[in-house]
Design a protein around this ligand. Sequence first.
Ligand SMILES: C=C(O[C@@H]1C=C(C(=O)O)C=C[C@H]1O)C(=O)O
Length: 358
Amino acid sequence: MSLEELRNQIDSLDNQMLEILNKRMEVVKHVGELKKSTQTVIYRPEREKQIVDRLDSMNKGLLNRAAIEAIYLEIFAVSRNLELPERIAYLGPEGSFTHQAAESRFGAMSDYLALPNIRSVFESIDTGRARFGVVPIENNLEGIVKETIDLLNETDLKIVAEVAISVHFTFATKAEKLSEIKKIYSKDIAFGQCEKFLNDYFAGKEDDFFVQVDSTSKAARLASQDPNSAAICSHIAAKLFDVPILFDNIQDSAQNRTRFFIIGKDFINQKSDNDKTTIIARLPEDGKPGTLMKFLQEFESRGINLLKIESRPVKEGDHFNFWFLMEFDGYFLDESVQEIMAKHASEIKWLGSYVKAI
Ligand SMILES: C=C(O[C@@H]1C=C(C(=O)O)C=C[C@H]1O)C(=O)O
């Protein structure tokens, strides 16, 4: 078949797809009206997962799961915008890894708000400037993002979903030679993830050679303004700010992944077939041995699989007391989870149950 004939086939298929997509949007519009009349939430991550799972399981064509998911996440984002446009705040500026994580879930069509720090993302949701926020929670090499879990402890916002993306760092600079570089901008966590590279090329530099800024894309912007500096940043940020990439993939591990939370106000997911729950536990500070162990046994005895436990200082008084961020398999209304939540009601703050993505 000639190229022209093949392209004619594509055109005809596109016409059919457009017609079907518009039909889908008609139905979505009705869903939106129904939700408005019953005052229920627009974004239903568990339903979106169900659709992708179903399509993947019945799929017989050339598309793999990742391709189906990529196409459908865009369709879902367009659908939600048709139901009710909702603004998404993220840790910016544009081109940050958090931006990339936000786009992977909310698509290219959404209305985004880039904010300068994690606290302002939380505040924007609390005050209604944005409906959802995207913030980093942990990296598999660097560990937890303390600011995010402290803010989850302080505020009443809930976890709507989790997203994980692979992180690749580049070294970008306008300098012609490495010897011209007088400082390197990046975020603390990114410096930590590129230690081997920094040791190879910049061992013995003074501490002020490494300048910590709020985000890796801010680092790219600063490096674009000063040819005697460099940035450790994402590929997109280097491109966005027109800073040439001198070295690519400079991270210590090729398996470098960051996990993000999508957070929202007054949000409760419906149960899916694969949920995770996050809580904060403030156990009594009576100094009795075994308090934490007894609490953990509540999970073990009910066969609940614990996924994570992180301790954070209470920050009150001069003593060394802690609270814990805990994650486990299951949905908050599961009988076994409810038993623990009821028994320890005054000690537990529920942060959300959501589709497990990792
Ligand atoms: C249409 C709905 O609203 C949203 C859009 C969806 C879709 O396009 O299929 C699915 C879930 C929701 O996030 C729905 O809840 O069914």
